[in-house]
Ligand binder design. Structure first.
Ligand code: NAP
Length: 286
């Protein structure tokens, strides 16, 4: 069973490399053609001219693009090439409603859809250690599992279509809180005059230790904010979370706090930086 990869950004490109390493990649497509040409050449696979051609050439079409409208645009454009029984898996982070709309479109071609958002960062995509939360039919997941195993270590079926994205929304709220906590605490530490690399080393080994502190702690105190996970994408996710919470009459205070800070950073032009750019607002003024 071979896959085609649509969207060769910070996440999609390393995913494609891992698929190729496991001999699971047939073809790639990217909106910016030059990116697809380069990667197809590097991996020795075909570059599809359109998403529809990619769907014709692969058993499974994997999508990893920025936001809801982008994912639906890609789904619309791959429909003509989709074979009955084929599988389309969306690895992007979008709303549950968008996942359900994509599933409806894919089903109209007698094909199958899974929403399968991921977590584990660019490092997880590079190392093939992503956690993948899946919504859709369990038997479709079992068919697709060998392909997903090239991308991640933990693959969990969360329920019907949309429930993968629901799990991812919970993850994104948690990440917002972790970002707020880590950047604010490190800003406090810098203000106390602590040796920051030593502080990060000791804290990472204790109860406050976490993935974000370990992977982004040193770079943020050095003022490096190369993505990683772009702030603008996390803002998009948190807005999705807010809409979902509103429908439940629920308030997500942590998400609200992060959205307020992110709005300020976006206004300053930091949207394409890693989310650890939040440290800009928390570190002591020099
Ligand atoms: P990225 O580096 O900005 O890449 C975005 C990709 O989407 C690019 O290939 C881009 O094509 C493509 N794209 C955007 N709009 C499109 C459209 N309308 N039609 C076709 N292609 C389009 O983003 P990323 O970090 O890889 O994130 C991709 C998805 O994964 C997002 O939903 C994000 O929330 C999620 N995610 C990211 C991380 C992370 O740590 N980065 C972790 C988990 C999940 P071009 O090359 O033409 O711009």
């Amino acid at each position: 069973m071979k896959a085609g990869m649509i969207g060769l950004g910070a996440m999609g490109a390393p995913m494609a490399r891992n698929l190729a390493k496991h001999d699971r990649l047939a073809t790639v497509w990217n909106r910016t053609e030059a990116t697809a040409i380069r990667l197809a050449e590097e991996l020795g696979v075909e570059r599809a001219a359109t998403p529809s051609r990619l769907a014709e050439a692969a058993d499974i079409a994997l999508i990893c693009v920025s936001a809801d409208a982008d994912m639906l645009e890609v789904v619309h454009s791959l429909l003509p090439g989709l074979r009955p029984g084929a599988i389309v898996i969306d690895l992007s982070t979008v709303s549950c409603a968008t996942a359900r709309e994509a599933a409806r479109l894919i089903r109209s071609q007698d094909a199958n859809f899974l929403d399968a958002p991921v977590t584990g960062g660019v490092e997880g995509a590079i190392n093939g250690t992503l956690a993948i939360m899946v919504g859709g039919a369990a038997d479709t997941l079992e068919k697709a599992r060998p392909v997903l195993e090239a991308l991640g270590r933990r693959i969990v079926h969360m329920g019907d279509t949309g429930m993968g994205q629901a799990a991812k929304a919970v993850n994104q709220v948690m990440c917002a809180g972790i970002n707020e906590a880590v950047t604010e605490a490190l800003g406090f530490g810098a203000r106390l005059g602590l040796d920051m690399p030593k502080l990060i080393e000791i804290l990472a080994g204790g109860a406050a230790g976490n993935w974000f502190l370990e992977k982004r702690g040193l770079t943020m105190i050095q003022g490096q904010f190369k993505p990683g996970f772009k702030l603008a994408l996390h803002q998009k996710d948190l807005k999705i979370c807010q809409t979902m919470a509103d429908a439940l009459n629920l308030r997500l205070k942590v998400a609200e706090m992060a959205l307020e800070d992110y709005a300020e950073l976006l206004k300053l032009g930091h949207g394409d930086e890693d989310i650890s750019t939040l440290y800009r607002l928390k570190r002591p003024a020099s």
